[in-house]
Ligand binder design. Structure first.
Ligand SMILES: C[S@@+](CC[C@H](N)C(=O)[O-])C[C@H]1O[C@@H](n2cnc3c(N)ncnc32)[C@H](O)[C@@H]1O
Length: 329
């Protein structure tokens, strides 16, 4: 089991399959892109499946989320999902994606054993999408989401980040649209994880701002008990139900105390947190012919050292060296 000194147990594994992306979201990376990882530094498909097998069979992981970069850019994705679906016990598997290319692969991913997807979409306006992502691919994302829904990769969750001066006014429109399409919308506060280090606390759109904006059109009531456990999103029932909306207040109301996550970068480093400043190299361990038991021990030791919180609310907070795209969002 992956337990830390605060008694938290990590059962949710985020696996980055690549640091590359086909969008250039302004809150994530610069227009020219980044220095991508070299191919020999990336874990191979076999190495990824081996680490997921160790996590699931020896370390108590029950949920696997594939992410990136853009995970649909990984050529072996469907095969990786298929091999992980054959593991005993079988983990629940999801994918966080920008949706570009999902129209082509949704049915194959479902057949391989993927359970569901989270698709990122910040705006309903194609011109704003182009400004925000620096690519003219709005319709591809909408098509990808619809294909995921039709393939049964449900519930399709939509992740939206609001940016001042760009899409900050779109919260009610996005919620109305998501309800009409049968998607579950979640807003994520913008975090200091951009490669350009341009994030500013002042002026960011907070969970409070988002809820105020939604309440101009909808009645929101807290879902269930106020305890959100390890779920990062606080959820509200919309207009009496059955639809809900989530808000992930990573900055203003972090959920570190109940965190159940462990992360693996595309180059095989274990991270205990998005904001961790240290990593543990599992790739070197794998490539030194270590046994599964040795790999598991190193992973456990890494998680034992997990810090109490992200440190975002501490004045001495330092942004990690790697941006979100290279960690795996
Ligand atoms: C880094 S992306 C990786 C997966 C995939 N490419 C996608 O678009 O979903 C995962 C999520 O992180 C979000 N994200 C990226 N940078 C962020 C930031 N600085 N603050 C908050 N969310 C961010 C994206 O909007 C997306 O929903």
């Amino acid at each position: 089991m992956l337990i830390d000194t605060f008694g938290r147990v990590a059962t949710d594994l985020r696996v980055s399959l690549t640091d590359r992306c086909n969008l250039r979201c302004t809150y994530c990376m610069p227009e020219e892109g980044l220095q991508w990882l070299a191919k020999p530094d990336l874990l191979t498909d076999d190495e990824i499946v081996r680490l997921i097998r160790i996590a699931v069979t020896d370390l108590g992981v029950t949920e696997v989320r594939f992410t990136g970069g853009e995970p649909l850019l990984r050529p072996g994705l469907v095969g990786i999902v298929e091999r992980c679906a054959a593991l005993e016990p079988r983990p629940r598997m999801s994918l966080t994606t920008n949706g570009i290319g999902l129209k082509r692969t949704a049915a194959a991913l479902k057949a391989a054993g993927l359970d569901r997807v989270n698709v990122s979409l910040d705006t309903l306006r194609p011109d704003v999408f182009k400004t925000l992502t620096r690519r003219d691919r709005h319709q591809d994302v909408l098509d990808g989401m619809a294909a995921a829904r039709d393939a049964g990769l449900t519930p399709v969750k939509v992740n939206a980040v609001l940016m001042p001066g760009l899409n900050a006014d779109e919260a009610p429109d996005l919620l109305g649209w998501a309800i009409a399409e049968g998607y579950e919308l979640r807003f994520i506060e913008q975090m200091p994880l951009d490669a350009q280090h341009g994030w500013k606390r002042d002026g960011m759109i907070t969970a409070g701002d988002i809820l105020d904006s939604l309440r101009t059109r909808f009645t929101l009531t807290p879902e269930g008990s106020q305890e959100r456990g390890s779920a990062p999103a606080e959820r509200w029932v919309v207009d009496g139900g059955p639809h809900t909306v989530g808000v992930i207040a990573s900055v203003t109301r972090p959920f570190c105390r109940a965190c159940d996550r462990t992360r693996l970068t595309a180059d095989g480093q274990v991270r205990t947190c998005l904001f961790a400043t240290e990593e543990t190299d599992l790739r070197a361990t794998l490539r030194s012919d270590a046994s599964d038991a040795e790999v598991a021990e190193i992973w456990k030791k890494a998680m034992w050292g997990k810090k109490a919180g992200s440190g975002l609310d501490d004045p001495s907070f330092l942004q990690p060296d790697r941006p979100m795209s290279a960690i795996g969002g």
